[in-house]
Ligand binder design. Structure first.
Ligand SMILES: [Cu+2]
Length: 288
């Protein structure tokens, strides 16, 4: 895979520069003077300790040639066995499942050919665990995040937050879902196990060789990328055999720019029980 995916940095800078009067970015990231990547703290005693590797891979998505992707690969070092759930046939990162109050350590290793850093979208974490672009690490380096999970129950999104490369890195596969559970949620008795289905929605375009295409020029740079087909959980043909009963879908829009309006094709109503950040407040304590 080529190091760059066709994003014109010059083009992006020119368009960004038009909107930002003084683009004197402090996000140097590399070179001398850059702070060393954060390392594990001896005083932090994690309940969950895991390694998350960003690396190149190829996965079958369309019939024929596999697609070159960038992806997260997880490795649980300590903690409940259900903390990480990987889907071998999807480029998506492992589904992470945490419980409020857990102390979490994540060792992010960069096996990509360029800088990266990961952000836990929606999590309330200290500054040095937030994946700010200034914390980006070089190929071969590891950044250690340590935080206590203080969020309410909810479905969150982890993805790169690399200066000038967030969009391309997410587009080429670096993305995953992150579940937080808590007591309040448990008391609601919602469908769980095989009746709780994460659905990650992403739009993508492929070239004739089944490779991800990130085209669009100026329109893409100004308004974001719109793919010509929608993948669910990284699959172009996602299907689910279901029972006649209530299900809980955890829906994550992991697209670069596209907004979705979801409905059943026969008009059957959906009940929305939560949004970014967790449940509707009105659900608290209410029987479902
Ligand atoms: Cu985000």
């Amino acid at each position: 895979m080529q190091k760059k995916f066709g994003l014109s940095r010059r083009g992006f800078l020119m368009s960004a520069g038009a909107a930002i009067a003084a683009p004197t970015m402090a996000f140097s990231g590399g070179g001398s003077g850059r702070p060393a990547p954060r390392v594990a703290s001896a005083s932090f005693n994690p309940d969950v300790d895991l390694e998350l590797v960003c690396r190149r891979d190829q996965v079958p998505i369309l019939p024929g040639r596999p697609t070159q992707v960038w992806r997260y690969a997880g490795n649980l070092l300590k903690g409940p066995a259900n903390t990480l759930a990987s889907s071998p046939d999807s480029y998506l990162g492992p589904l992470m499942r945490f419980v409020k109050g857990q102390k979490v350590r994540i060792r992010l290793r960069n096996d990509l050919p360029e800088q990266t850093i990961t952000h836990w979208h929606g999590l309330h974490v200290p500054m040095d665990a937030d994946g700010h672009p200034t914390a980006a690490i070089e190929p071969g380096e590891t950044y250690v995040y340590e935080f206590e999970l203080r969020n309410r129950a909810g479905f969150n999104f982890y993805h790169p937050h690399t200066h000038e490369a967030t969009a391309t890195q997410v587009y080429h596969g670096l993305a995953g879902g992150l579940i937080v559970e808590d007591e309040e949620e448990r008391a609601l008795g919602l469908p769980s196990g095989e009746y709780e289905i994460p659905l990650v929605l992403q739009d993508r375009s492929f070239d004739d060789a089944n490779q991800l295409a990130y085209w669009g020029g100026m329109h893409r740079d100004m308004f974001g990328f719109y793919g010509d087909r929608v993948l669910v959980n990284g699959r172009p043909d996602f299907k689910l055999d279901v029972a006649s009963r209530a299900y809980r879908f955890r829906i994550l829009n992991g697209s670069n720019a596209r907004i979705y309006k979801l409905q059943w094709d026969d008009g059957t109503p959906l009940t929305v029980i939560g949004v970014d950040g967790g449940f509707w407040r009105s659900l608290n304590g209410a029987p479902m």
